[in-house]
Write a protein that binds this ligand. Sequence first.
Ligand SMILES: Cc1cc2nc3c(=O)[nH]c(=O)nc-3n(C[C@H](O)[C@H](O)[C@H](O)COP(=O)(O)O)c2cc1C
Length: 390
Amino acid sequence: MNTKNTYELLHQKLDRRFASIADLEKAAKKRMPKFAFDYLHGGIGRETALDRNRAALDAICLRPQHITKGFEPQLQTELFGQTYAAPFGIAPLGLSGVIWPDAATLLARTAHKANIPFVLSTVATTSLEDIANTAPQNAWFQLYMPNDDTVNRSLIKRAITAGYKVLVVTVDVPSLGRRERDIRNGLSVPPKISLKNVIEAALHPSWSLQTLRNGMPDFANLSPYVPKDADMRTAAGYISSLARGHVGIERLKQARDLWPGTLIVKGIINQQDAKAAKDIGCDGIIVSNHGGRQLDAVPSTAQSIAEIRKTVGKKFPLLIDSGVRSGLDIARLLASDADFVFLGRGFAYGVAALGQRGTDHANYILTQELKNTMSQLGCPTPNLLARTLV
Ligand SMILES: Cc1cc2nc3c(=O)[nH]c(=O)nc-3n(C[C@H](O)[C@H](O)[C@H](O)COP(=O)(O)O)c2cc1C
């Protein structure tokens, strides 16, 4: 039996238990200690931004055209000079090893096999050099611009040396989000080892045993800069102070000057910021509200994309994320004039539910759902989805 058939059979079988990302989410919740699930799943404040992201996606209607020639939907999408297998990718996730041991490697492997982009976070727990080896061609690097210039230049240089072609500068974390679930759970750097968290870890043996096997997660990209002889608390304080503060226009220009490849600004939700990013010469932006994790009153990305598109013009690459949980959601955002869609939690639920098979299966679900949606809509290719928007 050939590899394609084996892949199809495996995922058709998994489909009977996990037919949607929501099914993977349920399984992830069971397998993860509460503090880890809350960190992944939660939003900020009363979590109304999370609900708003969902409601705005649900409100987008697409009108099918049924009388059309038969076709097999094609998902291939060209972005920044590279052809990807689908118009979606995996968003950056910090503290990836808390979500699931070695999650970044598993996500990067899926991206490499499936030929979709995977964005590695500055504050992931796997190093940018390791991920460049795991997913050459498919890994992008996300930078929280360190406010120490030497560290900033060094990280950018390391990313160039490791072969990254796309740098994503995130601008929507001027200060750490005050996430109540994490505060209550004592999820902090350094971690607070409370009795409650120890019991939670003990009750979730797969997570705990694999964490023991992989070693305690650390900030693999930033730890080289921690002053020698620093104890854990000083080291943690240093790392969290590195990536704080607003990214002003001068710092963005500096990133543009230092980065020879494709530069994307992530975390844009208003027209002024979109214009500023375009004016400094970035190659694209990711419209994002950080998955509702930073400001509870923020508008949804689905509500914001039309005015941002108006500001940057037809041709400028507009990528988007926040709240996407299905192939239908991906189609909705592409129809709303986005060029490419990212998912954070959607893929992470897959890792936590089933490890490598789970991330692969998340990709399978999204691919099948998107193809099915396009078939229903009478759209052979993603770039035709815009005509279906009601
Ligand atoms: C657990 C978690 C950690 C995240 N860490 C980062 C990060 O380190 N850098 C970043 O730019 N965005 C980060 N984000 C935001 C995601 O990249 C993305 O914008 C968001 O998850 C999209 O929403 P979704 O999860 O509903 O798909 C994180 C999101 C989650 C859920």
